[in-house]
Every structure is written in structure tokens, then in C-alpha cells.
Ligand binder design. Structure first.
Ligand SMILES: [Zn+2]
Length: 548
């Protein structure tokens, strides 16, 4: 008989334990919540007595349960679901490392991250590199890894992460010395980095998160032993359950699939009771955010461009307008990345509004990102947009209000036709992320004012008081079409071998990291070792983006 191990997994659940999304014909929410998710995982666990259940990170941030308890509610839910191990994700830091530490301590939970840099912060006592499970007298060893992309993020300070691939290579030997039978990585690195990780190590299985990738058919990568490493990832927001069946007799995969929670008719009674209790905690703090009615929309407001040739997104225009008008700023910007859900047709609740831009955490009132008013010269807007845009290729880095701009896709720094006066001084409304990027890239910021509004509050007030919520793309952001030579690589003289960048030109080159910070100046024939990630090489006016 086959000795079968069931491995369940999820990732990037982002606090969305309540139903949300568009209204269905029977006046329910389209996305079904953890009450259906729990029914599926509980039934599978009772079918397979040998089971493990993993969360690949980012249980935090995204909805009111997180903001009410700074992560404790989300951890309680994961405990109730019977999760065996959780990777440390970047959003776990959204309320700062102290809050994360307190939540983990009060729920008596340890998260997995082997590449967290040793620090004097008490958080290190709640983070373990790996966990070992004994099943059928075999050791199942699970290593946790966290993305390095946010090493400079203000929320994460002073915690940093080391190169995950090097760390995974080191722990591979540790796992061999420990006689691990099945070697698993619980990765919060994103699906692309997972493929690099698979190639340069020889773990059996990488259970991924961070990129919110829906991997329906298992990814197979030839690993450093010429064997197969499998990569899986289960989308986001409790929408699917990842189900792996593993043969413990021959240590081989039997089957993998994602189960859609949407299609599950059954619900879990104990979860209903738990959610009712949580709802009353949320209502006590924030009001009846899931049941109130702020507005009724005749037409939805989309979260992707809806006019040909325009790159501004309707919810981006809405949020940026709200930030600008509610704070009396001249201009406003909001990062494209942090805009999540659209506003749907019909009744709009406070939670629907929160879902448009749920990220950021304000330690004073527990809402999302505080709005800052940054005073800067018009010319500095060029610097901020230009530099921020250079790592983003063809997606606009920000959505805007009060001005328009154009950029050339995939050509760094090619920002043009900003409809503002370069010599004038502007007050720019932005989020904590804007403040961070601006202060990093623009040494000439004149002043920063902390307003008394959060993005959610500004947006809710704006929607309440607005008679015209007919938001569409109006080409506030456009591509500049030009015959520009996009391939700078032929002009930049360098080679990359085994992560070593060898500079071959007489002129000095500078290397910048993903957040635009200069990390090294390279002279001719000099060699610089790069960790995996995205870098910008700049020499004279030539700039090129490399992916290691
Ligand atoms: Zn993440």
C-alpha cells in the first residue's frame, strides 16, 4: 500500500477572512471567505490522516481583521485551520517589527525564515530557520525564506534579509546531515525567484508565495542534482487551496492540484461562530464596515485601464483625486502597486472602499497609509518619477492627480511632458511609500507635513461627498511613442558570469539596487558580485536594467 502524505498550502491570504468582492444575483459576495476554505481543508485532513499544512507568507494586511488586532486575529485563524508552519512574508512587517513580535508572542507562534539577518531585535526569538516534522518515521524538513526586495523599506527597519539562494544552499547540507527524507522550501520569494532557487539547489519541493501566482499545473525545474524540483503556488486571498499528495514510500509526487474555494457549497460551522466574534471586535473599533452603505454605484470603477492608449487606471485616478482634494494639495500620487480591488456596481460598503488601497498601517489609528504633504520643486517631480520609473519597465510607477505625464516603456529615466512648471513649488499628497521614495531620490525636498488623514478616510469622505463618480481612464499617463533605441546593452560593456559583473569600459559605471540606491562604482576590469535581484547599471547617460 502507498504511504500517502497530504500537503495542503496557501499563501498571500492578506487578512481576507470575510466574504468580499462583487455582489452576486442572490445578494452575496462573490469571494467566499475562510468559512468555505476551512470546510475543504478540514474534509481533506480527515481523508488523509498523515497531513501537513503550510502558509507561504503574507497573512497580514489587506482587510480590517489585521488592522483591528495587528495580526493576532489572522494568526488565530491560521491556528484554527491547523496550519503546521508559516513563512515570514514582507507584509508581516506592515505594522513594524515590534507589533509582529508582540502578535507572535501572544499567539505563541514561530514563523520560518532562514535568511533573516541576525539582529538584536527580539523578533529573532520568534523566527526559526526551519521546522522538522516526523511522519512514518521519516523526517520532513521545511526551510523558510523571505524576499530581500524590502530591505530598505521603512516598515521593516531594522530587519534585513540575506541572499535566499546562498542560504538555501547552506541549509541543504544541514538537511542532509540531519538525514532529512523530504526537503521542502516554504518560500516568500515569488515564482520567478523560486525557479532560480530550484535550479541552484536540490530540494524536492518549493511551496511559494509573494507573487500571488496561480500555478494550476505543477512547475518542474531541473535542479543542481539533475533531478526534478517541483514549484507550487496557490494564488491569493483564500481563493484556492493547494493540495499535494506525496508518496512517502518512494519519496515521489503522486498528484497536485488547486481546489477553487469558489465552487465549494459547504461551510464550516465553527468558523461562522469565530467570524461572528471577530466581526464584533472590528465593529467596536471601526464601525459596521461590512454592512454599512456609503454609496450605490451605477457603474463599476475599474482597477485596470479602460480607455485605449491610456495608462492611468480608474481607481488610481479616484484615490489620487481623493488624496489631493481632501488635503488641499496641488498634486497627488499613489503607487500603482498598492491599488488592489475595483469598486463594484451596487452598494459600496466601507470595506469595499478599504479594498481599493488596503496597504500601509498607521500605528496611531490603525487605518491604512497616512497621507503626507511633500513640498518640492516641479523639477524634482521629474527626478522622482524618472528614477522610480526606471525599474518598472512598461507599468507606470504611480497614478496621479493634478498633472499628466508620459514615459517611454522600458527606457529608464525617459519621463517627459509633465504638465507642471519645473520652477514652481508644489505640495504633493502621497502615501508613506511616496515619502520614502521621494526622500531617497530627491535630496531637495523642502518640507514634509503629516496630514490628519489616511488614504481610506480621504477616499471614504471623497466618495460620500461626490456626486459624480464616473471614473475612467483619461490618459493622465501615456506612453511616449518614439524611435528611441531601447537596447542600451550593446552600448554598455559588461559581462555577467556566475553572478559576477565584470565591467569592461574605461568609463566608470554605477550599480543601483531596486530602490534606486547606489551600491557600488565600478572601474574598468573591476568585478562585482551580485546577489539575486534587480539592478540598474548606469554609465554616462546609458542605463540598463539587469536581473540576476
Ligand atoms: Zn509578499
Amino acid at each position: 500500500m502507498i504511504d500517502t502524505l497530504l500537503i495542503l498550502h496557501l499563501n498571500d491570504s492578506h487578512s481576507r477572512i470575510f466574504p468580499f468582492g462583487p455582489w452576486t444575483n442572490d445578494n452575496k459576495r462573490f469571494y467566499p471567505s475562510v468559512i468555505r476554505f476551512a470546510y475543504i481543508t478540514d474534509s481533506l485532513k480527515s481523508l488523509y490522516p498523515k497531513h501537513l499544512f503550510f502558509h507561504a507568507g503574507d497573512y497580514s494586511s489587506g482587510d480590517f481583521p489585521f488592522n483591528t488586532s495587528v495580526g493576532k486575529i489572522d494568526l488565530k485563524i491560521l491556528k484554527l485551520l491547523g496550519v503546521s508552519a508559516i513563512a515570514l512574508g514582507n507584509h508581516e512587517f506592515d505594522a513594524g517589527p515590534d507589533s509582529l513580535y508582540n502578535a507572535l508572542l501572544s499567539e505563541n507562534i514561530y514563523l520560518l525564515s532562514a535568511n533573516m539577518d541576525t539582529t538584536s531585535h527580539p523578533l529573532k526569538t520568534r523566527i526559526r530557520p526551519y521546522e522538522i516534522f516526523n511522519i512514518s518515521s521519516k523526517k520532513i524538513c521545511v526551510l523558510g525564506l523571505t524576499t530581500t526586495e524590502f530591505n530598505d523599506n521603512p516598515y521593516q527597519k531594522p530587519i534585513k534579509f540575506k541572499d535566499p539562494i546562498q542560504i538555501a544552499q547552506i541549509y541543504q547540507d544541514t538537511f542532509n546531515n540531519l538525514n532529512c527524507y523530504l526537503k521542502i522550501i516554504l518560500s516568500h520569494l515569488g515564482a520567478y525567484v523560486d525557479t532560480l532557487l530550484a535550479k541552484s539547489t536540490n530540494y524536492h519541493l518549493i511551496i511559494g508565495g509573494h507573487s500571488h501566482t496561480r500555478i494550476d499545473t505543477i512547475w518542474k525545474v531541473k535542479n543542481s542534482n539533475n533531478d526534478t524540483t517541483y514549484i507550487v503556488q496557490a494564488y491569493e486571498h483564500f481563493k484556492v487551496v493547494g493540495k499535494i499528495l506525496w508518496n512517502l514510500t518512494n519519496n515521489k509526487l503522486i498528484d497536485y492540484k488547486l481546489i477553487d474555494v469558489l465552487n465549494s457549497p459547504n461551510i464550516s460551522q465553527y468558523m461562522i461562530d469565530t467570524l461572528n466574534n471577530i466581526k464584533s471586535q472590528i465593529y467596536a473599533r471601526f464601525g459596521n464596515v461590512y454592512d454599512d452603505s456609503i454609496k450605490s454605484l451605477d457603474n463599476p470603477i475599474s482597477n485596470s485601464p479602460d480607455s485605449i492608449g491610456c495608462l492611468d487606471i480608474p481607481t488610481g485616478n479616484l484615490v489620487a483625486d481623493a488624496m489631493r482634494f481632501q488635503t488641499n494639495a496641488d498634486l497627488a500620487v499613489i503607487e500603482t502597486d498598492v491599488l488592489v480591488y475595483p469598486l463594484y456596481k451596487g452598494k459600496v460598503t466601507s470595506d469595499d472602499i478599504f479594498q481599493v488601497m488596503p496597504y500601509g498601517f498607521d500605528n496611531q489609528n490603525a487605518y491604512n497609509s497616512r497621507i503626507y504633504k511633500i513640498t518640492m520643486k516641479g523639477s524634482d517631480m521629474y527626478n522622482v518619477l524618472g528614477f522610480a520609473q526606471l525599474i518598472r519597465g512598461s507599468v507606470p510607477i504611480v497614478q496621479v492627480s493634478g498633472f499628466r505625464y508620459q514615459f517611454t516603456p522600458n527606457v529608464p529615466m525617459e519621463v517627459s511632458d509633465i504638465s507642471i512648471d519645473t520652477s514652481q513649488i508644489y505640495k504633493v499628497a502621497g502615501s508613506i511609500y511616496t515619502l520614502y521614495v521621494s526622500s531617497l531620490l530627491t535630496p531637495n525636498i523642502i518640507s514634509v507635513e503629516t496630514t490628519n488623514l489616511n488614504v481610506f478616510q480621504a477616499l471614504k469622505n471623497y466618495i460620500l461627498n461626490s456626486n459624480n463618480l464616473n471614473y475612467h481612464s483619461e490618459c493622465r499617463i501615456k506612453y511616449k511613442t518614439t524611435n528611441y533605441n531601447e537596447n542600451y546593452k550593446e552600448f554598455l560593456k559588461f559581462e555577467i558570469k556566475n553572478n559576477m559583473l565584470i565591467w569592461k569600459d574605461k568609463r566608470v559605471a554605477s550599480i543601483y539596487n531596486i530602490s534606486g540606491r547606489k551600491i557600488y562604482n565600478l572601474k574598468e576590469n573591476e568585478v562585482y558580485k551580485l546577489k539575486s535581484g534587480i539592478y540598474i547599471i548606469k554609465s554616462g547617460k546609458k542605463i540598463y536594467k539587469i536581473l540576476i
